[in-house]
Design a protein around this ligand. Sequence first.
Ligand code: ZN
Length: 147
Amino acid sequence: MDLRDLYRDVILDHNRQPRNFGRLDAADAEADGHNPLCGDRLHISMRMDGDRIGDVRFEGQGCAISVASASLMTEAIRGRTRAEFEALFSAVHALLTEHDHVPGRDLGKLAALGGVREYPARVKCASLCWHTAHAALERAGAPVSTE
Ligand code: ZN
């Protein structure tokens, strides 16, 4: 399966049946994201488990790429630490923007987002959820520890 087929199948699947769609009650971290170029709007909410993302949901309205990317992201980041999230964010950003990019790590289904490189105008659609989740984590502040 080449990247274009993978891209189309994964985007269609996650747009039709978004995973982790909704909003968490009593979230520890939340942020809104807006991509004015396309009109995509997302809300990301997370519950932290120490330094890990214990649970994550997204909701909003946008194009197929923004919705599918957010759905893929929620699956990929649940259970990750902040540092792991940032590393994944960097890897996805490189995947989306560097034309001759060779993934340095196994991105799993996120690799399908590499198909967005064919459509430079849509890079912001695909990266909106990552920027929004990053903002939510920044706002959540440092984890509290009693030890
Ligand atoms: Zn869009």
